[in-house]
Every structure is written in C-alpha cells, then in structure tokens.
Design a protein around this ligand. Structure first.
Ligand code: ATP
Ligand code: FE
Length: 336
C-alpha cells in the first residue's frame, strides 16, 4: 500500500509518501511571508500553498523513488484549519486522484497529530500499543486523548480557552520575539532560571486546561516591571522564558498525571507542535520513567505540521476501506 499524504491546513505546505506504514519521503515548505506580520495571514497562506503544492508533491514522489502511478490512494487534510489553505490541498488531491484513477481519503488533521507515532522510518521502529493517552498540544489545541484505536479517540480533557501553543506564542509576542514564539521561548529558557518569576496557574476541576489566566499574569508582570525599568524584558528575557515554560509544563503535567491515574494506561504519547519543546519532552520522559510508563516522544519533524502524519492516518483509513467522495468540502472546524 503506497499512500501520498498532503497537508495544507495552515502555513506549511507538505507532501509525504508512506509504503506499508514506512516513510519514504516527507517534504515540508514553510512559509516565511507571515513572520513580518507576527502571525499567519490567511490570504497569503493560501496563495503560498498554490505556489508550493506542485513542486512539494513532485519532490515527495521523486524522493520516495516511486512513480505516481504506483500510488494506492491520496490522503489529504480536510480540516480543521484555514479554509483557503485547506481548499488548495483538497482540490489538488481531488484533481490528482481523478488524473491517476486512485481513491482519495480525507484526514482529520488532529488525528494526524495523534497518529504521528505510527510513522515508522525503519521497519523495526516501535509504535504505541492501544489504549494509550496522547497529550495533543499544538497551536490550536490542548487535549488529553484516550486513543483506543486509530479511529476511536476519546477526548478526556481540553482547553477551555487558549491552547498551549497560543500561550507560548502570545507571551513571546509581548516580549517582542518573532512569530511563532514557541521555539524562541524554548531556546531562551535553556539559559534562564525557571524559578525566578511566578505566574498564575488555573484552578479547574477535572481534566480541562486553561491558559488565558497565565497569559494575563505574564502580561501584568511585564507591564509592572517595565514601569520601573524600561529595559526589564531585555535584561530578564532568559528568566522570563524559563519561568513561563516551566509554568506551562506544570499545568500540562498536572492534568496528564490525573488522566493516567484515572485510566490506568501504561503508555503516554505527546504530539503537536508544542511537543517539540525541550522542557515538555524532558518532563514527560522523566514522569514516565518514574512511573514505569512507556513514553512516546515524537521526532521533532513530526511534531509541527507535516504530511507524513496525514499519510499514516490515511493508511489506517485505507486498511478500513474508508474513502472520501469528490463532493466533500474541507471544514475549518472539526473535533477529534
Ligand atoms: P492545530 O494542529 O491545533 O490545528 P497548528 O497546526 O497551528 O494547530 P502545530 O503546527 O501543531 O499547530 O504547532 C504549532 C505550535 O507549536 C506553535 O504555537 C508553536 O509556537 C509551537 N511550537 C513549535 N515548536 C515549539 C517549541 N520548541 N516550544 C514551544 N512551542 C513550540
Ligand atoms: Fe497542527
């Protein structure tokens, strides 16, 4: 089974080829145009996807060493994401599928993030055993998911306001760091003191998250201190980043521990862009080691948006015989 995956939900145009679950190629074209605006501009994103999609898919097929006529199916991200961006990938997938006479498979982008641990780069790579818990932490979502099978996922908890990635990005923005700020916070945090500043943590029962209070508390800390010293941010950026990161990690881990205790699962995985964060990766690995749980920490390429995760999610649907019709449109919002 050879699946071509296409991802175009936000600002990365990506294509990947997977043969029998093993990754043959994964090409990602990131869009630099958004940097100067401090966030993704939807109109510019869809235009850049249109420019990127043909060369990206072409390169993915060439690097995989296959012929496009070898494809068994084409999987594409149908949502959630920016509608104009999704339309580019969806339309391209439909056109190519008609041209080649192979079926199309629609993929929920969030399922892709969760299933990214099933992307094998070598045949003997170990994959999670069901059921397991996946902490999905990305730019738009923060969820604790009980994964029972590739098609059966139960959301145990989720954010009631901002996502973890938004907390990173918005706090980084007020510090004057470029977009997306998550990786910059990560880099600065490595040299800072995580105990230097205290920020508010939410008090919510159950397994739901909240990050908007932390964001406000971070903003007030900056505002109050800048009044006393205009160079406050510049002088303290490493400590600010380290303290912010460690607070986000404490919030994430607190509910993750609860979810593991409640379900009794033995395997914990993380996924989504924020799972690229060094502090998050270490905290989850340490926790799992202390509790004798098996941890799945994804390769960094598979944390942020990529088509390999779309291809593997498509692979599972192919095995179940679930395909998509040509009249199905992309959707901006959709749940797990
Ligand atoms: P969703 O998947 O929920 O639709 P998205 O696709 O926009 O949202 P991803 O691409 O999975 O999100 O992740 C992007 C987020 O990951 C951004 O908020 C970015 O700042 C964050 N991120 C990436 N690398 C790091 C890092 N090293 N540390 C912290 N955050 C990071
Ligand atoms: Fe994503």
């Amino acid at each position: 089974i050879i699946i071509l995956g296409i991802e175009s939900s936000c600002d990365d145009t990506s294509a990947a080829v997977i043969r029998d679950g093993i990754l043959l190629s994964n090409v990602i074209a990131s869009q630099k145009v958004h940097e100067e605006y401090g966030g993704v501009v939807p109109e510019l994103a869809s235009r850049a996807h249109q420019q990127n999609i043909v060369p990206v898919v072409d390169t993915a097929i060439k690097r995989a060493g296959i012929d496009k006529h070898d494809l068994s199916a084409i999987a594409f991200t149908r949502g959630p994401g920016l509608l104009g961006s999704l339309l580019v990938g969806t339309s391209f997938a439909k056109g190519l599928s008609l041209g080649l006479g192979v079926p199309i498979i629609d993929v929920n982008h969030l399922h892709g993030h969760v299933l990214s641990h099933f992307i094998r780069t070598e045949p003997d790579d170990v994959v999670p055993e069901f059921p397991y818990i996946c902490l999905l932490i990305s730019g738009g979502n923060s969820q604790i998911i009980l994964v029972k099978s590739p098609s059966d996922m139960e959301v145990l908890g989720q954010t009631i306001d901002d996502a973890a990635g938004e907390a990173f990005d918005k706090c980084a923005k007020v510090m004057g760091l470029p977009y997306p700020g998550g990786p910059h916070i990560d880099r600065l945090a490595a040299e800072g003191d995580p105990k230097r500043f205290k920020f508010a943590k939410p008090h919510i029962a159950g397994l739901d998250y909240s990050f908007s209070g932390l964001k406000t508390s971070f903003l007030y800390t900056l505002r109050d201190n800048i009044k006393l010293d205009p160079d406050f941010i510049e002088k303290n950026k490493a400590d600010l980043a380290a303290s912010l990161q460690s607070t986000i990690i404490e919030i994430l881990l607190d509910k993750l521990r609860k979810a593991v205790d409640m379900t009794g699962v033995k395997t914990v995985a993380i996924g989504g862009g924020v799972s690229a964060n060094s502090g998050v990766r270490k905290a989850v690995a340490d926790y799992c080691e202390a509790r004798n749980l098996t941890a799945f920490i994804p390769q960094r390429t598979f944390t942020t948006d990529n088509a390999a995760m779309v291809a593997i999610a498509g692979h599972f649907k192919y095995l179940d015989g679930i395909f998509c019709n040509y009249d199905e449109a992309p959707y901006a919002r959709v749940k797990i």
